[in-house]
Design a protein around this ligand. Structure first.
Ligand SMILES: [Zn+2]
Length: 193
C-alpha cells in the first residue's frame, strides 16, 4: 500500500524524461496536414510538487504546425500535467485517492500538506466520480484492468493497483503513463448521447 509521493528530485527529473519521449513520438508523427511540428511549449506554474522544480520541469511540452495555412497545435500526452489543471497530475491523483483510502484523510490535513483548498478537492472528486468514468479512455482501459474495479472509489483503486512502496518511483511513473492519454487538451470532452 502506498503512503506518500516519491520525494527525491530524481523522480521529477525522471517524469520530465518520460514527457520528452512522449513529445518525440508526437513530433515524429508530424501534423495531419503533412506539415512539420515546431516547438511551441507553454510555461506553466505547476503547484503541489514536494521539491523545487526547475524552469525546464515547469514547461508543458507542445508543438505547432509550421505551415502558414494550418498552424495547428499538437500537444503530446504528459505524465506531469493532467488536462488543464494547475496542480501536477500526481497531486490530483494522490489527494483524491487519500479521500477514498482505508483511512480517509481529512480535507483539512490534505489542504495543509499540499496547499489545495477545499473547493479544489471537491472539484477533483467530481472529476473522478462523474467525468473520468465517462471518457472513451476509461471505457477502453477498464477492460484491460480488472473490469470489476470499483469506480466509486476512483482514483484510489488505480493507485492501489499500480503503486507499491518498494518501487515508488517506477510504479508511480507507470500509473502516470497509463493515465497520460487523458492529459491531452480536449481528451476529456465527453460526447453526450
Ligand atoms: Zn498542419
Amino acid at each position: 500500500m502506498y503512503h506518500d509521493l516519491p520525494r527525491a528530485a530524481t523522480f521529477w527529473a525522471f517524469l520530465l524524461t518520460i514527457d520528452q519521449d512522449l513529445a518525440d513520438t508526437t513530433r515524429q508523427k508530424g501534423c495531419p496536414c503533412g506539415g512539420r511540428l515546431h516547438c511551441a511549449n507553454y510555461l506553466r506554474k505547476p503547484r503541489g510538487a514536494p521539491v523545487r522544480l526547475t524552469a525546464e520541469q515547469s514547461v508543458r511540452l507542445s508543438f505547432c504546425c509550421d505551415r502558414d495555412d494550418c498552424r495547428k497545435r499538437a500537444t503530446p500526452p504528459s505524465v506531469r500535467f493532467l488536462d488543464r489543471k494547475v496542480y501536477l497530475g500526481v497531486i490530483v491523483i494522490l489527494v483524491s485517492a487519500l479521500r477514498h483510502g482505508p483511512s480517509p484523510r481529512r480535507v483539512h490535513e490534505l489542504s495543509e500538506r499540499f496547499g489545495v483548498d477545499r473547493c479544489t478537492i471537491a472539484r477533483w472528486q467530481v472529476f473522478w466520480r462523474d467525468l473520468f468514468p465517462q471518457t472513451p479512455f476509461w471505457k477502453l482501459a477498464r477492460a484491460r484492468l480488472n473490469p470489476l474495479l470499483n469506480i466509486a472509489s476512483l482514483p484510489y483503486t488505480l493507485v492501489a493497483t499500480f503503486v507499491d512502496d518498494e518501487n515508488s518511483d517506477t510504479s508511480w511513473a507507470r500509473l502516470l503513463r497509463f493515465l497520460s492519454p487523458i492529459s491531452i487538451p480536449g481528451a476529456l470532452q465527453i460526447k453526450l448521447s
